[in-house]
Design a protein around this ligand. Structure first.
Ligand SMILES: Cc1cc(=S)c(O)co1
Ligand SMILES: [Zn+2]
Length: 261
């Protein structure tokens, strides 16, 4: 039987299309953002997140990423504005990262790869539930934040990284409460936006991407902490969870808009 999708040679991004045909679609993510091709759209409104820290529930290692899950049973933590119509509910956040500080992000900006990329996944409740929203072009909105290794790491990342020790192996989950992810946002609200897909199977093309221009800083130790997660379960050999990023996908004529000049 086809092994579950992953990032290894036998189940990696080049083979996802065998089980997930959307992976070969013409609105796939991630893509490279070239500033010279970006359209400044002065009509793009600012985006606003109003998150209830009480909606944070758990943090888990699913063998492919580290994910924080939120209560999305009502409009409790929502994202509005920007390119969006209506309020999108925060469902989960997760990260993609590399095996060393010089790569790991999924989107690439003018040739620059960051050490990691944090995705905050929101869905449009007008579609009833997340599974149905996945099938709609306006179903999901993901805020992408780039993580850059620097000297003055953002203290707010400490909370997520402090939990890593409790979820070292695949399947581990720990309570993660009283957390407002908007503390992770950089100062600037400048963003790029374009229409794309999940960067993991099923690669549904339901995402309005909102990529923040300003990266947040993390320390090299914090990145090492992330890389100490294992893809394997607790009774299996440690298999470092690193390089869980998808390669660049064809832009296929899509327009990337910028909220800034
Ligand atoms: C829903 C979802 C979105 C992305 S981008 C991902 O990596 C996993 O799950
Ligand atoms: Zn993602």
């Amino acid at each position: 039987a086809q092994s579950v999708w992953g990032y290894d040679s036998d189940n990696g991004p080049d083979r996802w299309h065998e089980n997930y045909p959307m992976a070969k679609g013409d609105k796939q993510s991630p893509i490279e953002i070239n500033s010279k091709d970006v359209h400044h759209d002065s009509s793009l409104a600012p985006w606003h997140a109003s998150y209830d820290p009480g909606s944070a529930k758990t943090i888990l290692n699913n063998g492919r990423t580290c994910r924080v899950v939120f209560d999305d049973s009502f409009d409790r933590s929502v994202l509005r504005g920007g390119p969006l119509t209506g309020a999108y509910r925060l469902r989960q956040l997760h990260l993609h990262w590399g095996s060393s500080d010089d790569h790991g992000s999924e989107h690439v900006i003018d040739g620059v790869k960051y050490a990691a990329e944090l995705h905050m996944v929101h869905w449009n409740p007008k579609h009833g539930n997340f599974a149905r929203a996945l099938k709609q072009p306006d179903g999901v909105a993901v805020v992408g934040i780039f993580l850059k290794v620097g000297k003055t790491p953002k203290p707010e990342m400490k909370r997520i990284l402090a939990e890593i020790d409790n979820i070292k192996t695949k399947g581990k989950e720990a309570p993660f409460q009283h957390f407002d992810p908007s503390i992770l946002f950089p100062k600037s609200r400048d963003y790029w936006t374009y229409h794309g897909s999940f960067t993991t199977p099923p690669c549904e093309e339901c995402i309005t991407w909102i990529l923040l221009r300003e990266p947040i800083e993390v320390s090299s130790d914090q990145m090492a902490k992330l890389r100490s997660l294992s893809k394997n379960g607790e009774n299996e050999p440690l298999n470092p969870l690193v390089d869980n990023w998808r390669p660049l996908q064809p832009v296929k004529g899509r327009i990337v808009k910028a909220s800034f000049k």
